[in-house]
Design a binder for this molecule. Structure first.
Ligand code: HSE
Length: 415
């Protein structure tokens, strides 16, 4: 039996207006938008002004509205709306990855307390149905890794960048096309992908981390020589969000990687996203689709609305049973480059495999203790490009510092 949903919609930007249109076209019965609340009174919009309200209380205090769809940009305002809506006994659908990543534990507790559903498929990789897949289909502990291209803007920049437009020009294009965040540093510094990865880790492994636990290195510092280096080796640079189970630990990071032609990521171009899931018996599976944009993202919101008609809710079963712990310390094989060779010494290598130095470009490849890399290091030194090298050949080993064991090539293993 389909439940009747009376929707209060917050936000009428790229995704909100897309939802308005596809909800009307989808033939989804018993679900209709009653009220739309937006912030800006003067903004020109595709439907008449009388459809809009500007006071959030109009939705939050309306007992007839049983579903709040939150599609605004501001994570703090979204948090207030979502928590108040849940406390009023309303179901919530949100696409706000930043807000969800920062408050996931609290939001799960709250929605359990008030016995409502809180769904957010659109928050991760736009149109790709990955969260519900991790919840329902991979509802066991056989998963070993989840990796993805989770940010359309950076993938767009890296794709066009192979054809030599300036970074800023391509970023402006991505903003015009509606992929980039209002604050595009969230995209290019890897924060957006990190928020999404954090949500993926929660649903894949049942482990809830905080955003500050996951290292994010973005693509801001990429140089033309790095792209040339990749091209000469037959590789491509992609911003990869990666999580992996090793023993009873889970590791995660967002960083550029040199990927090979046989990688899931190699032919994922422009604003497309892809997620690859590795499990004990099904091996590798890849989901690819549009990760940003009006209709693709709205389609995930529509799917949540549709699921709510049948009282669907995430159960977080893995969270209840997992023995896994998030681990920040492990070793990895990286590439660093700089226009100033001295800057390569900023990172302490356990083992160096290759170095190159010319007048205006130098690089080093080798193994580092991952916990010594930091977002700040990358932000403070714009001439320093850091990438994992290459996908599929990382050397991972959990650091057993307590035992005083040293990292050496013999006891690293290849994944
Ligand atoms: N800025 C995001 C991206 C939008 O580029 O992927 C979709 O989450």
């Amino acid at each position: 039996m389909r439940k009747k949903l009376t929707i209060g919609l917050f936000g009428f930007g790229c995704v909100g207006s897309g939802l308005y249109e596809i909800l009307n076209r989808s033939g989804l019965f018993n679900a209709s938008i009653k009220t739309i609340v937006v912030k800006n009174k003067d903004k020109k919009r595709p439907i008449p002004q009388e459809h809009f309200h500007f006071d959030k209380e109009v939705i939050l205090n309306d007992p007839e509205i049983n579903l709040v769809v939150e599609l605004i940009d501001d994570a703090d305002a979204a948090y207030e709306i979502v928590t108040r809506a849940i406390r009023s006994g309303k179901h919530v659908v949100s696409a706000n990855k930043k807000m969800i990543a920062h408050h996931l534990t609290e939001l799960i507790d709250l929605k359990n307390q008030y016995k409502v559903s809180f769904l957010y498929e659109a928050s991760v990789c736009g149109s790709i149905p990955v969260i519900r897949n991790l919840e329902e289909y991979y509802n066991n502990d056989t998963l070993s890794s989840v990796q993805g291209i989770c940010n359309g803007t950076t993938n767009y920049i890296l794709t066009i960048g192979q054809r030599r437009k300036s970074f800023d020009e391509i970023l402006t294009d991505a903003q015009r096309l509606g992929f980039a965040e209002t604050d595009p540093t969230l995209d290019i510094d890897g924060f957006d992908a990190k928020f999404k990865l954090q949500i993926l880790i929660a649903h894949a492994f049942g482990v809830i981390t905080l955003p500050e636990d996951i290292l994010n290195i973005g693509i801001r510092n990429i140089k033309i020589q790095d792209i040339q280096y990749a091209r000469e080796k037959g590789l491509k640079l992609k911003l990869i969000a990666s999580s992996e189970k090793i023993g009873d630990k889970v590791i995660g990071y967002v960083a550029p990687e040199f990927v090979k032609e046989n990688s899931f990521a190699y032919d994922v171009n422009y604003e497309f996203n892809a997620v690859t899931i590795e499990a004990a018996f099904s091996d590798r599976q890849v989901f690819k689709g549009k990760g940003a944009g009006s209709f693709p993202t709205a389609s995930a919101v529509l799917s949540d609305i549709s699921a709510l008609q049948y009282d669907y809710g995430y159960e977080y079963r893995k969270k209840e049973t997992t023995q896994l712990k998030y681990q920040k310390e492990f070793y990895s094989r990286i590439f660093i480059s700089s226009t100033n060779p001295d800057k390569l010494n900023l990172i302490d290598f356990e083992q160096v495999e290759e170095t190159f130095s010319s007048k205006d470009y130098a690089y080093k490849i080798g193994t580092v203790d991952f916990s010594k890399l930091s977002h700040q290091l990358y932000r403070d030194h714009p001439e320093l490009f850091i990438a994992f090298f290459p996908e599929g050949e990382h050397l991972f080993r959990l650091a057993e510092k307590r035992d005083g064991e040293k990292c050496n090539k013999k006891n690293l293993h290849s994944r």
